[in-house]
Design a protein. Sequence first.
Length: 62
Amino acid sequence: MGEETTIMGTVLSVVFQNEENGYAVLRLVTDDGELLTLVGCVPCAAPGENLTATGSFSSHPQ
């Protein structure tokens, strides 16, 4: 795992969300305009919501 970093951005879409445990896959555009996929415990995320997330980056072939 990489070093932890913090990103800020706006949720573009919720790809998947488990309402029982809060696990979610989100598409996020950062304040710098970068498009990212955010995966983790993000209960009640909604498109248009601004959020700050802390974690480590990893690349996935998909």
